[in-house]
Design a protein around this ligand. Structure first.
Ligand SMILES: Nc1ncnc2c1ncn2[C@@H]1O[C@H](COP(=O)(O)OP(=O)(O)OP(=O)(O)O)[C@@H](O)[C@H]1O
Ligand SMILES: [Mg+2]
Length: 238
């Protein structure tokens, strides 16, 4: 983790760089989607990426999490340059320090709420006692203790997204990628999810990078960028 900048003149709070990209490029065949993306995220910061459908928001999240290889450019996680890691090394990195939430929740349908939340901890081979303790704590945080034995299909959209957030945070990630997290929720449930993400990022210092069409969701972030012709342009008006 590098201390990249000091936020105020007294130096009271140093911003810790969680993610940094330098001049990322990505094409699908002849179609250039990312054309020099430069971005830096600090611990606890929430950043929104806006842009029309097809502008490359999901592609960017996939590149930053190593799901898609970039064509050129660098990605730093803390001090570590990771863009040329192997698929296996990326998988380890993702399970240790990254998490995802999606528009359609993507919970495992055959597992209960508590088993879904426990899943990343099982992958990390944590002992049963500490898994159970952590799951109980997370379900309390998202206010779903009473639904712990339910299956995802019996939950509302807002409840499913709260389970997805609990699952995403189970392994205490440094970085949370959210791809349209409010895209299939009504305004009230969308706000509840944004409230939860804000509270959790403030408390745990998890950095959040959110792709969204939703101006309301973007306005809840610390900084907003638009993806225009493959480059990020900061939009201070949102
Ligand atoms: N696997 C792929 N192969 C070829 N082209 C792709 C692939 N995935 C995405 N694309 C193209 O890359 C462009 C960017 O897609 P991407 O999904 O990143 O956009 P997006 O901004 O997330 O869109 P949306 O808001 O609809 O989710 C689109 O033109 C899309 O058709
Ligand atoms: Mg997308």
């Amino acid at each position: 983790m590098s201390v990249s900048s000091v936020k105020n003149s007294e130096g009271l709070r140093a911003a810790i760089s969680v993610l940094k990209t330098v001049d990322l490029h990505k094409s699908y065949g002849q179609d250039r989607v990312l054309d020099g993306v430069n971005l830096e995220l600090s611990a606890g910061e929430r950043v929104a990426i806006m842009g029309p459908s097809g502008s490359g928001k999901s592609t960017l999240l996939h590149c930053l999490s190593g799901i898609l290889p970039v064509d050129s450019g660098q990605i730093f996680l803390g001090d570590r340059e990771v863009s040329s890691l192997s698929e296996d090394e990326w998988a380890v990195l993702r399970s240790r320090s990254m998490a995802f939430i999606f528009q359609f929740f993507q919970l495992l349908p055959t597992l209960t709420v508590q088993e879904n939340v426990e899943f990343p901890l099982l992958l990390q081979q944590q002992p049963k006692d500490s898994r159970q303790e952590r799951v109980a704590e997370l379900l309390k945080e998202v206010d779903l203790e009473h639904r712990r034995m339910a299956f995802p299909e019996t939950l509302s959209g807002g409840e499913q997204q709260r389970v997805a957030i609990a699952r995403a945070l189970a392994a205490s990630p440094k970085l949370l990628f959210a791809d349209e997290p409010t895209g299939s929720l009504d305004a009230r449930n969308g706000q509840a999810i944004l409230d939860l993400l804000q509270a959790l990022s403030e408390r745990t210092q998890t950095a959040i990078l959110m792709a969204t069409h939703d101006r309301q969701a973007a306005s809840r972030c610390d900084r907003v960028f638009r993806l225009v012709e493959g480059q990020l342009i900061e939009d201070a008006s949102v």
